[in-house]
Design a protein around this ligand. Sequence first.
Ligand SMILES: Nc1nc2c(ncn2[C@@H]2O[C@H](COP(=O)(O)OP(=O)(O)OP(=O)(O)O)[C@@H](O)[C@H]2O)c(=O)[nH]1
Length: 780
Amino acid sequence: MLSLTNVCLARRLHFGFVETASRSWCAHRPQRRHAATAAQSKPTQSVVEEAANVGAELARTFKLTDADHKRLRFQRNIGVSAHIDSGKTTLTERILFYTGRIGAIHEVRGRDNVGAKMDSMELEREKGITIQSAATFCDWTSVSPVTGEQEKYAINIIDTPGHVDFTIEVERALRVLDGAILVLCAVSGVQSQTITVDRQMRRYNVPRISFINKMDRPGANPWRVINQIRTKLRIPAAAVQVPIGVEDGLKGVVDLVRWKALYNQGEKGIDIVESDEIPAEVLELATQKRAELIEQIAEVDDEVGELFLTDQEVSNTQLAAGIRRATVSLKFSPVFLGSAVKNTAVQPMLNGVCAYLPNPSEAQVVAHDTSLPASAPPVSLVPAGAAPLVALAFKLEEGRFGQLTYMRVYQGSMKKGQLIYHGRTGKRIKVPRLVRMHSNEMEDINEIGPGEICAIFGVECASGDTFTDGSSTFSMTSMFVPEPVISLSIKPVGQETPNFSRALNRFQKEDPTFKVHVDQESKETIISGMGELHLEVYVERMRREYNVACTTGRPRVNFRETITQRADFAYTHKKQSGGAGQFARVAGYIEPMEADPETGKDTDFENVVMGGTVPSNYIPAVEKGFYEALQKGTLSGNQVCGVRMVLKDGGFHAVDSSELAFRLAAIGAFREIYKSTRPVILEPIMTVEVVAPVEFQSAVIGGLNQRRGTIVDSEVREDEFTAVAEVALNDMFGYSSQLRGATQGKGEFSMEYKTHLPVLPNVQIEIEEAYRKTQPQSKK
Ligand SMILES: Nc1nc2c(ncn2[C@@H]2O[C@H](COP(=O)(O)OP(=O)(O)OP(=O)(O)O)[C@@H](O)[C@H]2O)c(=O)[nH]1
């Protein structure tokens, strides 16, 4: 597991800007795509220096003005992430209500049938789950724990789905956020999906505060949850509040930093009443927990550490400043408590967002200069309003008024009517309409500055694309996109209409974890995604939004293939009889490759040809052939992963060589030596977490064992237990009805992709045989 203190300098985004002769940020041209080469990890000294110069010049030219500082200081971009059903949407609904964004609170699956504001999709409201992350903007006047003054903040909140099938939405949100609220249930504590979102937050270095929700539930135990945060998530954490009253009697919290008792009063707890008097029944606990908080901060913050070691009093303002420094530098997570549904202690948590989470200028954002070799280290961007515009399209949505593109501006400003450039294609676009999103409603604005999030209309792009003002070009990489694990065939009922492919195209553009292809053998359209629910939601959206009812085949697991050892190749592709000839020779090796922990990329092509034995204009064709060969492994016809091809040598013919010949040579070389790499078939392994009443424990464990699951963790609480197991996805079909039967409908489970592992040898033989039978030569 990554250490939180090991904060890598490179922050979440990688851009690049094209260097012009004078570095005047003025040449507009499409981005140069870096070839994926292994050389990326080995920059030369001069490349390192060049990148450093670019960064230094950018910082020198565009200094933050007082106006920049003022705006950034009171800006927060935060996400709300958690395990499914922890209360993220309920919490966000309160935040919107208290910040005056909505006039009334509607519950998720509430009796009024309105549904929560952030669950704007009809399906979300019906199912009571969040499918798409929604962005919303609100203002909040917070009391600073450092100065005691009131300060007005502008906050962008992204409510993200908890269900693992929609994990890409969480990735997308974290990539553009500066801080997050990690919501935990006071009874269930750290759950499997909490660990997943924690991993995602680490991947993008997002500081977080924790909110232990559901403090009103019987069995709520925040201290056990804090312990789990420390041990299971390995983040130094301590409460910054203690609860006043327990379970049903929860009345408010003691703010351990400002040393005040806080109570919610008025309708829906709208007013926060502060008192200097700490109730007698919690005074001892509060004193002890404040001491614990200071001790924890002293371990991760030098200034508080110094006071602590020299036995000096740590003042409230020193403590607040220490918590802020430790949180922003990812060394600590302050823990807030409350109950969203009972409208208790949500506002103090919101004050914590303003007090302890970073503003956009504190998040280090880096860029790759694409005019330098791909190995060049990234360069820090400057969040100055006057700097050249850099904006990232992080989410697309087909709205009532056409395509809506969510953007985060990192540098410079964007105005309505301004011309912006699409980094990848170089296309020029006029910003027709600029809006701030409030779930599915919007507010027109004329300009947005660095650190802000907005949405624009009428822009053709894919999610992850970069936009500039034309004075520089940028390229973004490395959003972690997991490979789909499950597929099913889909067919419209009756005649196929253009809406069928229109819908599939749009869904693919919006969601990189949703893929569509036509199976060459069966000619069926196959959709692939992250789970049954993920695909079910798209099938349902086809019907509702595109009026295309579909039938689907049985869900199938996405197997993959990989190699286990290196093999050398030397292959000649030759066709010289009749017509134009073809000649290409390639030599080198293929070897196993581990996935990049940041991007998930696990295939690579490296060119180390010396002396032009393969002319440079044919290298991209060899690379293309290699990636084409990976599409279909010869064992089972599934995608091959975890492979690097290194091209060392080759040969060409002045007349007969062509791109086609080199592409076919790469495919031929790969197929010829594939068997000597001892390839294996991999299957997706899932982490399955089951929560059920204790009396069903043995039935649940028995059921998981029956499915060849390995129990990796279990915990028994007062009346319920949690079991965590690793089970092959192929063995999980029909589990929900089995669990329902075994627990009288009282058990719940969540499942998320963990890894791909080799199938058992006998299963491999079966899959290989079945595949061989479908191949043309074996049919003869
Ligand atoms: N007892 C109690 N229940 C709560 C609290 N907050 C939320 N809930 C309930 O927990 C359930 C899930 O709440 P949601 O807000 O939909 O949770 P979520 O995390 O947004 O769910 P997904 O988006 O589907 O992951 C709902 O039935 C809520 O009413 C709380 O503070 N106390």
